[in-house]
Structure formats: structure tokens, C-alpha cells
Design a binder for this molecule. Structure first.
Ligand SMILES: C[S@@+](CC[C@H](N)C(=O)[O-])C[C@H]1O[C@@H](n2cnc3c(N)ncnc32)[C@H](O)[C@@H]1O
Length: 212
């Protein structure tokens, strides 16, 4: 946008999802992608290359919540692809469906535990372009990798939101990120970048890796 904020073209004009700001420019409606509410927006503003989203068709998203970030990925994909969205909490899933899924036909809600990918083996494709994990759990990196091993295509992109304090309450955050990166490498992935999300999110980062 003209003021350096990110925005996506609203593929359902007139319908918004999290009280986000809307701007209409030359008759096209854009939804401002708030970096304080979406870690992916924060990561892009902090240096994650937005080009990694170009040309993608299939996304597996772990930890859908009510769909803030997914709504923007859904705008980006439009008719070119779809998002499998895994969420474990029943009430959250209901809100996600009522708020977003019923308006968007490129979002496939999966009411499952992301720790048990074998339960959705027959539903999710095995050539996913981007796996995004934001489950905010102590074992979030293992959850992401167990899913990536199965569903992400070779050369596919893995984005893991690391909530440092859900992993360790006392270690310096940089040390927590270093250990997570070491673990991702030990599982055979190439770590490209670790993006610290301050000032948008305290003690969070996004790790970007590629499946070899
Ligand atoms: C930090 S929120 C995600 C926010 C979301 N990524 C966004 O940007 O809009 C974490 C979500 O992960 C879900 N979650 C936690 N553990 C999970 C699991 N094992 N399987 C699936 N979802 C899980 C929680 O219920 C919660 O809705």
C-alpha cells in the first residue's frame, strides 16, 4: 500500500473477517494485513521474502485459529489453489467456519490434532507447496516437521512460528531459536532464515526452511 503496510485484494468484497481495515483503490477492495495480528505479515515486514508466496497452489496450515492469517492467504491464492486448515479446538473451529470458511471455497477446514497427521493422511495431498505451523505448543517444531515429512513436496517451503516462551521459560530467546534451528537441520531441512518478529510479537520468530 502507499503507506508501506501490506494488504491483499479482498476476493469477497464487502465481507471482512477480523475487523481489519479496508481500502478501496480504483474500485478494488483491499484488506490491510495487520502485522500485530498476523505473524506472517510481521515476518514479511521484518524481511521474509514475500516472493516465497508467488505461484503457490497448495498450503497446509497447522493451527488455523479463527483464520486471521488464512484469510489473507486465501486472498492470495484466489482460484489458483487451496488451503488445508487444521485446528484442534472445537469452539475455535466453529468460529473459523462461521467467520471465514463459509465465505471462501479455497479453504478446507480439518478438525484434527496436528500431532496425529496419520489421521488425515487420506485427505491432504502429498505435494504441498507451503506448510505453515503456528500451534504455539512446546513441541511445535516437531509437529511441523512430522507433517512436512509426509505432506510437503521436495523443495517445498516450511514456515514455523516459534513462540520462545512456550518452549522454555528462562533460556535467552536466541538460544531457544538456535536449538530449534539445530533440530530442524538434524531432520534434513535447509534453514534459510530466522526472522525475529519484534516489535510486532514479543519473543516470537518465524523460521523459514526448505525440504531437501
Ligand atoms: C497462536 S494460534 C494461531 C493463530 C493463527 N495462526 C493466525 O495467525 O491467525 C494457535 C492455534 O493452534 C491451535 N492448536 C494448538 N494445538 C494444536 C494441535 N495439536 N492441532 C491443531 N491445532 C492446534 C490452537 O487451538 C489455536 O487456535
Amino acid at each position: 500500500m502507499d503507506d508501506d503496510r501490506l494488504a491483499t485484494t479482498n476476493i469477497t468484497p464487502g465481507i471482512t473477517f477480523y475487523k481489519e481495515e479496508v481500502k478501496t483503490i480504483n474500485g478494488v477492495e483491499y484488506r490491510v494485513w495487520n502485522p500485530f495480528k498476523s505473524k506472517l505479515s510481521a515476518a514479511i515486514l521484518k524481511g521474509l521474502d514475500i516472493e516465497i508466496l508467488r505461484g503457490i497452489k497448495k498450503i497446509l496450515y497447522l493451527g488455523a485459529s479463527t483464520g486471521t492469517t488464512i484469510s489473507h492467504l486465501s486472498d492470495i491464492l484466489y482460484k489458483e489453489g487451496y488451503i488445508y486448515a487444521v485446528e484442534i479446538a472445537p469452539r475455535v473451529m466453529m468460529e473459523f467456519i462461521n467467520r471465514l470458511v463459509k465465505y471462501r471455497n479455497n479453504v478446507i477446514p480439518l478438525f484434527y490434532d496436528a500431532r496425529l497427521p496419520e489421521e488425515y493422511l487420506d485427505i491432504v495431498d502429498r505435494d504441498i507447496d507451503i506448510l505453515y505451523c503456528d500451534v504455539a505448543q512446546p513441541d511445535q517444531t516437531k509437529i511441523a516437521l512430522d507433517n512436512s515429512d509426509i505432506f510437503l513436496k521436495r523443495g517445498g517451503k516450511l514456515l514455523i512460528a516459534i513462540k520462545a516462551r512456550s518452549i522454555d521459560a528462562v533460556l535467552p530467546v536466541k538460544e531457544i531459536y538456535r536449538k530449534e534451528v539445530e533440530y530442524i537441520i538434524s531432520r534434513g531441512y535447509n534453514v534459510i532464515k530466522v526472522v525475529d518478529l519484534e516489535p510486532y510479537e514479543k519473543e516470537h520468530s518465524i523460521v523459514y526452511a526448505i525440504k531437501s
